[in-house]
Design a protein around this ligand. Structure first.
Ligand SMILES: C[S@@+](CC[C@H](N)C(=O)[O-])C[C@H]1O[C@@H](n2cnc3c(N)ncnc32)[C@H](O)[C@@H]1O
Length: 381
């Protein structure tokens, strides 16, 4: 167990592996490839080498880690989707990027407790690319006696819902800037000891991405381009026979994400709850994340045959599903007030408009319809 006095070391083996990849590539790698290795190097990356990355005692907290009520609200939404699909005998809940597996545990526990008819139809699948985290997810579920299938890629023929929380914002991004009105891409170089950046002509797909949006970031601004996220949504569309794609993630519309006032883009690193803007520090020991472009995500789904049912905020989504009930003081003779206050704090954090409450929730559908309660307060966030 680490202590607050432990020096913040970098992973020197990872640093050497990235330096060697830079060398093999002729002296420079696009920032996207640097980030891919920093987070997902097959054995040394942030997500592939460590089990304790998410949670109150790790580097950052996500909604499912805060309280089981997040899983309960998601469970309510999934059950309604099952009903909208006319209660198929088998409903696939496919969670991509499940982290510690805690959301799966909470959804399955809620269904078993509160919706046994739905629980009987539920088939839960975890899709995780990190073998280390896949093992962690199995441990979480085994401890409670819950079963789920584990895979490293999306299944096909899904009838149900493919969902994710903070998956897209953990995908590697290209970094760009604009010089004299022209797009330039950030490449990473190494002298074996430290990393440096240089600007080169952008990858053709990066140029095409901004052409499709008919915009460019502001002159001199840094910005991120996540090409993986729209591809993943298109893949999810292909995996779905009938049902929904439900995405929780930090992000903005393209106009907002690439607004001229956003000088430094949205790339952020987290180490033990401390944010920093330096992706080259604490290599392999810190998370690197960036906000998602919901305009492109939405369009890529529509191009792949998904209908956009709505975009809302987590605060509105959870409130519509009834999370406010947890704010009522408990009845009964000797209520556990300590537990009530802890629950109230977690719910307040989940819907805080300046914090987790501003996470966006996008619902897309294929051969399936609304209305969905989670979207009932949506004002197209
Ligand atoms: C930021 S964490 C979020 C974890 C969890 N959803 C939560 O909210 O606590 C991102 C997760 O996605 C996984 N991941 C990254 N890329 C993936 C992909 N293409 N398919 C499936 N999982 C992926 C990571 O290994 C990690 O488990």
């Amino acid at each position: 167990m680490s202590t607050e006095f432990e020096p913040v070391t970098e992973n020197t083996a990872l640093k050497a592996a990235i330096a060697s990849a830079i060398n093999d590539a002729g002296g420079a790698l696009p920032f996207r490839d640097f980030m891919q290795l920093a987070l997902y190097h097959p054995t040394l990356g942030y997500y592939t080498s460590r089990r304790e990355v998410i949670g109150r005692t790790a580097d950052y907290v996500t909604s499912p880690e805060l309280t089981p009520l997040f899983g309960a609200m998601l469970g309510r939404q999934l059950r309604e989707m099952w009903e909208r699909l006319d209660r198929p005998e088998s409903f696939d809940a496919v969670e991509a990027g499940p982290g510690t597996g805690i959301l799966a545990r909470d959804v399955l526990a809620w269904a078993a407790r509160s919706a046994p008819d739905f629980a009987a139809a539920l088939t839960y699948t975890l899709v995780e690319t990190s073998p280390t985290l896949a093992e962690r997810q199995r441990t979480t579920l085994d401890a409670e006696g819950f079963a789920a299938q584990s895979r490293d890629s999306l299944p096909s023929g899904v009838t149900g819902c493919i969902f994710s929380n903070e998956l897209l914002d953990a995908m590697p991004v290209h970094r760009v800037t604009v010089e004299g009105g022209a797009l330039r891409e950030v490449y990473v170089t190494s002298d074996g000891d430290s990393f440096a950046e240089e600007l080169r002509d952008p990858h053709l797909d990066v140029t095409a991405y901004f052409e499709a949006l008919s915009l460019l970031p502001g002159e001199g601004c840094r910005a991120e381009v996540n090409l993986e996220a729209p591809r993943w949504i298109a893949e999810a569309a292909g995996a779905l026979d009938r049902g929904y794609v439900l995405t929780f993630d930090y992000g903005y519309s393209a106009d907002d994400l690439y607004a001229a006032w956003r000088d430094d883009g949205t790339l952020l690193c987290f180490y033990r709850h401390n944010p920093s803007a330096d992706p080259y520090a604490r290599l392999g020991r810190q998370d690197i994340t960036s906000h998602v472009d919901f305009t492109t995500i939405r369009r890529s789904g529509e191009d792949a045959g998904l209908q956009t049912l709505g975009l809302t905020t987590q605060a509105q989504f959870l409130t519509a599903l009834g999370i406010g009930e947890a704010l009522q003081p408990p009845a009964g003779e000797r209520p556990d007030m300590e537990e009530f206050f802890a629950r109230r704090r977690s719910v307040t954090d989940l819907i805080d408009p300046g914090g987790l409450g501003r996470v966006k929730v996008l619902v897309q559908a294929k051969a399936a319809a609304g209305p969905l309660t989670g979207l009932s307060a949506a004002d197209d966030a």
